[in-house]
Design a protein around this ligand. Structure first.
Ligand code: 2RA
Length: 342
């Protein structure tokens, strides 16, 4: 006997990837429901190679009987619907930032802090971390187990798909326009994104950092270790899918480069591609469509007593969102919501 699964935000970048990933991984669902705004109700979205689902209106949907909700609408939509769905008995795995830092909501990367999943019983809500956080903590976890991490400095190079489908269209149109001598007219972004880099993702905070940087700092500490100090600079770059991150880590004690490389190589969900030669590293374009987090350019940092630097890349819509969400759902059904066979 399978599960009834609802996907909220089914017409967005992540929502479509959620449906794709559920089908690809043959999640044990008896029924999958696609939900979105009233405006999108009636549209059809693909579910796997050969099926389509008709989108239903979230605002009038009754979650009674739904086992698991995979959610990726806007944060304000999640704030409104998730508690109702949880009240109706569903476990909501939410991709928005709304619940991530709430103390009674577990924030999960299954390979990093699976022990925290059980905390879902407090509110029937689990939060999926920010894409840029997920790929970084995946790489930090095996290293932190060798030597406690003292400080992380990270610069991100984030693709436009993190900002939605319209942002991808803007990059495409601006790029084409430049070749046609048309002036770039920023809409989704504050400045031209084609052939440019924008050091601003999400809103500015009081201290001059951005909300995206605040997320990386605080989500890393909630997921991995509250004592880790993180300094982040998040930059939007003209890439369609795939985030790259330049990470520098200072440890409390010694960690050998080869020891770190071995630990990364044997960590589930990580692929190390690291050859000190032309092309001996992974780029965001190559990560698109892949499940793994890729680590390259691993090297000692001689400027501190115990330091390493590396490059980490991942498909921000897959492991950075949809795949991580479905993996949480898989752990839920395996460990917590097991159903007796019919
Ligand atoms: C971004 N991480 O890349 C944010 C939200 N997906 O825009």
């Amino acid at each position: 006997m399978g599960y009834k699964v609802a996907v909220v935000g089914a017409t967005g970048n992540v929502g479509r990837e959620l449906l794709n990933t559920l089908a690809e991984r043959e999640f044990p669902a008896d029924e999958v429901v696609a939900l979105a705004s009233e405006r999108s109700a009636g549209k059809r979205v693909s579910f796997g190679e050969d099926r389509e689902l008709q989108v239903q209106d979230l605002s009038t949907y009754d979650f009674k009987g739904v086992d698991i909700v995979l959610s990726s609408p806007g944060a304000s939509v999640a704030k409104a619907f998730a508690p109702k769905a949880a009240e109706a008995g569903a476990v909501v795995i939410d991709n928005t930032s709304h619940f991530r830092m709430e103390p009674d909501v577990p924030l999960i990367v299954p390979e990093v802090n699976p022990q925290a999943i059980g905390g879902y019983t407090k509110r029937n809500i689990i939060a999926n971390p920010n894409c840029s956080t997920i790929q970084m903590v995946m790489a930090l976890k095996p290293l932190h187990e060798i030597a406690p991490i003292k400080r992380v400095v990270v610069a991100t190079y984030q693709s436009v798909s993190g900002s939605g489908k319209e942002a991808m269209d803007e990059l495409f149109n601006q790029t084409r326009g430049i070749f046609m001598n048309e002036p770039a007219r920023p809409q989704q972004f504050t400045k031209q994104i084609a052939f440019n880099a924008i050091p601003h993702i999400d809103k500015f905070m009081e201290d001059g950092s951005t909300k995206e940087e605040w997320k990386m700092v605080n989500e890393t500490r909630k997921i991995l270790d509250p004592d880790i100090r993180v300094s982040a600079t998040c930059v939007r770059v003209p890439i369609f899918i795939g985030h790259g991150e330049a990470v520098n880590v200072e440890f409390e004690s010694a960690i050998e480069e080869e020891q770190a490389r071995e630990a990364l190589r044997s960590f589930p969900g990580i692929t190390v591609v690291d050859h000190r030669e032309d092309g001996g590293y992974v780029t965001p374009v190559e990560s698109a469509g892949d499940d793994d987090v890729f680590v390259s350019r691993l090297r000692n940092d001689p400027t501190v007593e115990h330091g390493l630097s590396f490059w980490v890349v991942s498909d921000n819509l897959r492991k950075g969102a949809a795949l991580n969400t479905v993996q949480i759902a898989e752990r839920l059904v395996e460990g917590y919501l097991a159903k007796q066979p019919a």
